[in-house]
Ligand binder design. Structure first.
Ligand SMILES: [Zn+2]
Ligand SMILES: [Zn+2]
Length: 122
């Protein structure tokens, strides 16, 4: 199931460039999350972030033997997740900015919420 989601998300990345919309339905009123990545964020990292922050990841991190012995190979940066129509009154969209540490060799990932605010966008 996880693999299928990853494939679907990859297909969406090809269509949308840096701004990716994860849309549950086409209904305008349904909250949906849009991720904004820094330039140069790899697709693999983008997929990991989306899976982690949308709860697709089961949370059971499997650390590789190499990481256990030598430490993680970390990719760090910041990302924003905008939940559109999160509130019924204006401003309606919730923007959360995170800094992340993601190991490119295993399932380790760590997120720090930098800011959380409602914005006018929709
Ligand atoms: Zn690791
Ligand atoms: Zn919005």
């Amino acid at each position: 199931m996880k693999k299928l989601i990853a494939i679907l998300l990859s297909a969406m990345f090809i269509i949308g460039a840096m701004s990716v919309t994860v849309n549950a339905t086409d209904s305008f009123e349904t909250p949906h999350i849009e991720f904004i990545f820094e330039d140069g964020t790899s697709l693999e990292i983008q997929n990991r972030i989306i899976a982690d922050l949308t709860g697709e990841n089961d949370g059971a991190a499997a650390y590789g033997l190499t990481c256990t012995l030598f430490g993680h190979k970390l990719d760090t940066g910041t990302t924003s997740a905008i939940t559109h129509n999160a509130s019924s009154t204006a401003p309606r969209c919730l923007q959360k900015t995170y800094s992340y540490e993601i190991c490119t060799r295993c399932d380790y990932s760590e997120y720090t919420l930098l800011s959380s605010k409602y914005i006018y966008c929709c």
